[in-house]
Design a protein around this ligand. Structure first.
Ligand SMILES: Cc1cc2nc3c(=O)[nH]c(=O)nc-3n(C[C@H](O)[C@H](O)[C@H](O)COP(=O)(O)OP(=O)(O)OC[C@H]3O[C@@H](n4cnc5c(N)ncnc54)[C@H](O)[C@@H]3O)c2cc1C
Length: 188
């Protein structure tokens, strides 16, 4: 029998949403050999790419299709989990909310120093910034509502809010649209 020479790695990361971030960041060091292990495949189906189509992922080949243990009055219930590159992040609804700062401050106060909101804010900001899309929270558009990387396209709706101001977003949308009308009428 021939000897099998296995490659060596500095880091072996088991996949999913968190695993993909870890593997990407560790790979930024040219010297680091990183192995990302992921079940399923790398394909990005329509229902993975279109946020509103996310329910079509449930029960698909991209869903592990787990059931919970029996719940009171309900029996086992479906517990979808992503199976493929990106884990559950590949099949989720893409709603992005940081949560309230008091939650994270509670983590720190209850025995996890270094995990309060101020500690985590740089990491939220980093994870919300993509190469080529400028900087800042979820920077899909620039301050003049121009979509990064797509000439001639502007967005003016609630999706451009860097932070959701409150539960009733209608007034803010109207103000954004008023300002957008001025921006669109001005030279591009
Ligand atoms: C359908 C759906 C919709 C969601 N919508 C949102 C949303 O809109 N907004 C939001 O903030 N959050 C949403 N979430 C939650 C969010 O996606 C998860 O909290 C996040 O992706 C979890 O990341 P993780 O790294 O902890 O786990 P995962 O990304 O689930 O990674 C787990 C890893 O373990 C692997 N694994 C699992 N079982 C096995 C096994 N038996 N053998 C081998 N490997 C296995 C998986 O393949 C995967 O690689 C949604 C989740 C689901 C499932």
């Amino acid at each position: 029998m021939n000897d099998v020479v296995l490659p060596e790695f500095d880091y072996i990361v088991v996949g999913g949403s968190a695993g993909c971030v870890l593997a990407a960041r560790l790979s930024e060091s040219p010297a680091a050999q990183v192995l990302l292990l992921e079940a399923g495949g790398p394909e990005r189906t329509r229902e993975m790419r279109v946020p509103s189509a996310w329910p079509d992922n449930l029960g698909s080949a991209s869903d592990w299709g787990y059931l919970t243990t029996s719940q009171a009055d309900a029996g086992p219930v479906a517990y979808p989990r992503g199976r493929g590159l990106g884990g559950s992040g590949a099949i989720n609804a893409m709603a992005h909310l940081r949560g309230h700062r008091v939650i994270y401050d509670g983590w720190a106060q209850n025995g996890a120093p270094g995990w309060g909101y101020a500690d985590l804010l740089p990491y939220f900001r980093r994870s919300e910034t993509a190469p080529g899309r400028g900087t800042g929270p979820l920077a899909v558009v620039d301050p003049e509502l121009r979509v990064h990387g797509i000439a001639g396209l502007r967005v003016a709706d609630a999706s451009v809010f860097p932070v959701i101001p409150n539960a009733n977003t209608h007034a803010t949308v109207l103000a954004v649209a008023e300002r957008a009308a001025e921006l669109v009428a001005a030279p591009y």
